[in-house]
Design a protein around this ligand. Structure first.
Ligand code: GLC
Ligand code: GLC
Length: 799
């Protein structure tokens, strides 16, 4: 089995040792609003705040070969041209290594006695990438060589950048200065932002015109200027602006040299855009260049970044007998939760950055992964999300990060959406004890004057379900529930219609969802507990109403949602069963098994155990639990997109990792530790062995791993930006290791095989810090409550 890299836990890095990974293995840079994607060969791009509207570097999805474009360095040493990250030149290197760390990536390439090390990072709170290039002569003779930098600018709107060439090819504008090459397309008109690529040393040549730099018919691997050892010193007008600096360098044996590049973004006040007619105000850019353009400045910025992540990752850690568990919990899962929180589902190597903004349901779920890490930002996110809601509790399915306004690209009407606001808020308050958030005034659809309290938003979220019940007393599904692809009101014959926004039959729809029913019961119980807490002390009549709605839903599920061996998935438009043994295909689905068992519906009558047994029997395969079984083998108009996928992919019997933890949590609540552990290990990348099969990054969870019916079961896709991050975090931290934040303390209630049952946890919780030694002896249902008391506590807990 080919290995492409390994973990370095002490450094909190993943070390890639061959550049030709089965798929680009990427990392993310940025912590606030300037963000970058960077692959192990330095491909990728960056943007400020919004991957669609403020794209800084151009990137070509679907390129051949893939992952073309990034921050490239070219070295010309005699007749040999090479790149430290192997690509784009692909000249064989003597040494190659890429280390993806927390918010930085370090790539080292060495060729014929010349070593180039490039450290890429985004300083916390700064709007720039730093590229710190260290060159060392490791040979025995003096080296005379040349170095070129290269980036290609995107014309800001990543969508029109790829479409509107009749205009785009005439708009490019730049300014050339000794410290930096400035990109100012459209700055002359309404834009108040520009980008720049600067360096801390006078350069020997430059280019800003792509055609001159590349040559009309050359690719990234062989720029004309590099081949000929020159620069065109071009000033781009229209066409495609780029930025490239050239340096003619000399290094004695053993000597090193360092250049620090800053790739930045600046927004100016409208009234201070220019310093002279047509000349951009560069003050902010110069400040950044000064701050980071010295080794000392870059050191400080990098140290600040390190402390940022040290602080984040010092809040929860485990020391167990299982290294795969420890590295997942202590490093990569929490890191992925942060990245997913920052990016939602906008920009990855599977998400183009133009398709989706922030999802209402997605962003609420992401909170579960970060409330313990960045509570203040979680708080703001909750208020931002709630402000996109409508007065009837419904909401836009997604909103744009730049404006924080709901966007209508996918419309609304996904009937699970409102409940996730309760989910996110409960997670936040349990972690922080900040009940005050419930009194924050939040508008509807961002319209000033419509403000009500967040608590009111939660009430109408809850009511949105009870106001929309179907004939069995179960929640109407609307466009879809969590499963975007179960489109029961769509009925589309037309390939030009979107499954998600088309409802050819809505009037009188009876399609009902058992997934929403389970979610409603689980969240309804949480909601009632919150309302009844003395810090909220809601009107007891209202609390009773919530409880009785929950009880009615449980009754409806037991009466109409139980198929004999497992929970049904849904009722279709015509009242037909979906996810029933009566169906030929799609007899059983994971979502309703997960949510109804997490809600413990019918637990006393044995329904949860039966449903979990059925999940093991029908859904489990070598790589995890598939979404449904058997897979749909043809398009079924009544069900929509789910049956559009070939068997074994995505929502049609793929291992949709996001929902595996639902079953695992259900298992944990039922005390089935062996099942919990087995399912968890299957979807957790640190435990997977075959890197070539998995294909995507071995350090992060995927949205989807190909299921048993696919061509290559076990092949991962859609890595990084997925609700899997937050859900596996919740699953492992609260249900496996058993550290459950409660309003007034921590409940310790693990579910882990006894063989791994002794471990230490360090947990910061509000103003308290706990060092816990936990020893599980396998007693079913054992738990221990630790009341919240500020200060440091060391406890030894035997359960
Ligand atoms: C994607 C979406 C998410 C949805 C899931 C299942 O991950 O981002 O909103 O719930 O697919 O369809
Ligand atoms: C696709 C995907 C689904 C995703 C949806 C978002 O249908 O299968 O996972 O949630 O698009 O629009």
């Amino acid at each position: 089995m080919t290995q492409f890299g390994h973990f370095d836990d002490a450094a909190r890095e993943y070390v890639i040792t061959r550049p030709d990974t089965p798929w680009p293995w990427i990392n993310y840079l940025g912590t606030r609003d300037f963000f970058s994607l960077i692959s192990n060969t330095a491909g990728g791009y960056c943007f400020c705040r919004d991957a669609k509207f403020r794209r800084i570097l151009r990137y070509r999805y679907n390129g051949v070969p893939m992952d073309a474009g990034g921050r490239y360095f070219y070295i010309k040493d005699g007749d040999t041209v090479w790149s430290p990250g192997w690509k784009p030149c692909k000249t064989p290197l003597d040494t190659y290594e890429c280390r993806h760390g927390m918010g930085y990536t370090r790539i080292v390439g060495e060729k014929a006695g010349l070593r180039a090390e490039v450290l890429f990072f985004v300083p916390p709170d700064a709007r720039c990438e730093i590229h710190r290039v260290k060159l060392t002569n490791t040979g025995k003779t003096t080296k005379r060589f040349q170095l070129w930098s290269f980036v290609e600018w995107c014309l800001w709107n990543a969508s029109t950048d790829m479409e509107n060439f009749q205009r785009n090819l005439s708009t490019g504008e730049v300014e050339i200065e000794p410290d930096a090459l400035y990109h100012k397309t459209e700055y002359r008109e309404r834009r108040d932002h520009y980008a720049f690529y600067g360096v801390n040393r006078p350069y020997d040549g430059f280019d800003t015109d792509r055609e001159t730099f590349m040559g009309m018919y050359n690719g990234f691997e062989a720029p004309q200027q590099v081949l000929s050892g020159t620069s065109g010193n071009t000033v781009a007008h229209g066409w495609s602006p780029i930025a490239s600096h050239r340096f003619d360098l000399e290094l004695a044996p053993g000597a090193s040299d360092e250049l620090i590049f800053v790739l930045g973004y600046v927004k100016n006040p409208q009234e201070a855009k220019f310093t002279a007619p047509g000349v951009i105000n560069k003050a902010q850019a110069r400040k950044m260049l000064q701050a980071y353009g010295t080794p000392a400045g870059a050191d400080i910025a990098f140290e600040t970044l390190k402390s940022y992540w040290d602080d984040i990752l010092s809040r929860f850690s485990v020391a167990s007998a299982v290294p795969e568990l420890d590295r997942t919990v202590n490093i990569w899962n929490q890191y992925q939760c942060m990245i997913t929180f920052f990016f939602s589902r906008s920009a990855s190597y599977f998400e183009s950055g133009i398709g989706r903004g922030m999802g209402f349901r997605d962003s609420n779920q992401d909170l579960a992964g970060i409330v313990h890490l960045i509570p203040a930002r979680a708080r703001q996110r909750i208020l931002d999300i709630a402000a996109t809601q409508f007065p009837d509790g419904g909401c836009y399915h997604q909103y744009q990060p730049l404006t924080k306004r709901g966007n209508n690209d996918i419309g609304g009407g996904f009937n699970d959406d409102p409940l996730w606001l309760i989910f996110g808020t409960v997670a936040y308050i349990k972690e922080t004890g900040d009940f005050g958030i419930l009194h924050e005034k939040v508008p509807f659809d961002n319209k000033p004057g419509t403000e009500v309290s967040l608590l009111e938003h939660l009430k109408i979220s809850f009511a949105h379900v009870t106001d929309n019940l179907g004939p069995h007393g179960l929640p109407l599904i609307g466009r879809a529930d969590w499963n975007d692809c179960l489109n029961l009101n769509c009925f589309s014959d037309n390939p030009d219609e979107s499954f998600q926004t088309t409802e050819n039959k809505t009037e009188g729809s009876k399609a009902e969802s058992l997934m929403i029913a389970g979610l409603f019961v689980a969240e309804g119980k949480d909601f009632a507990e919150l309302l009844a807490h003395p810090a909220v002390a809601a009107d007891p009549k209202y609390v009773a109403k919530v409880r009785s709605a929950v009880a009615a839903m449980e009754k409806a599920v037991k009466a109409h949602g139980w198929d004999g061996e497992w929970f049904l998935r849904a009722y279709g438009y015509y009242g037909d069963k979906i996810g029933s043994n009566e169906n030929e295909e799609g007899k059983i689905f994971i979502e309703s098994q997960g949510w109804c068992t997490m809600a413990r519906i019918g637990a006393d009558e044995g329904l949860c155990d039966k449903a979990l047994d059925a999940a093991v029997k029908h859904l489990e395969c070598e790589h995890g639990l598939v979404l449904n079984a058997p897979a749909y083998t043809r398009y079924i108009k009544d069900y929509g997109e789910i049956s559009s996928y070939p068997q074994g992919y995505k929502e049609n019997a793929g291992i949709f990792c996001h929902n595996n933890p639902w079953v695992i949590i259900g298992e944990a609540m039922a005390g089935r530790a062996d099942d919990v552990w087995r399912h968890y290990c299957k979807i957790t990348p640190a435990f997977t062995k075959d890197q070539s099969l998995r294909k995507v990054e071995p350090y992060v969870f995927c949205q989807m791993v190909a299921g048993r019916d696919a061509a290559r079961p076990g092949e991962g896709k859609n890595s990084w930006l997925t609700g899997t991050a937050a859900w596996t975090w919740k699953c492992v931290s609260e249900f496996i290791l058993g550290i459950k934040p409660q309003y007034d303390g921590l409940l310790i209630e693990p579910c882990i095989p006894v063989a791994y049952g002794t471990y230490k946890v360090h947990r910061r919780f509000r103003d308290a810090e706990y060092d816990l030694t936990i020893r599980c002896t396998g007693k079913p249902g054992a738990s221990h409550f630790i009341p919240y008391i500020p200060g440091h506590h060391t406890l030894d807990i035997e359960l």
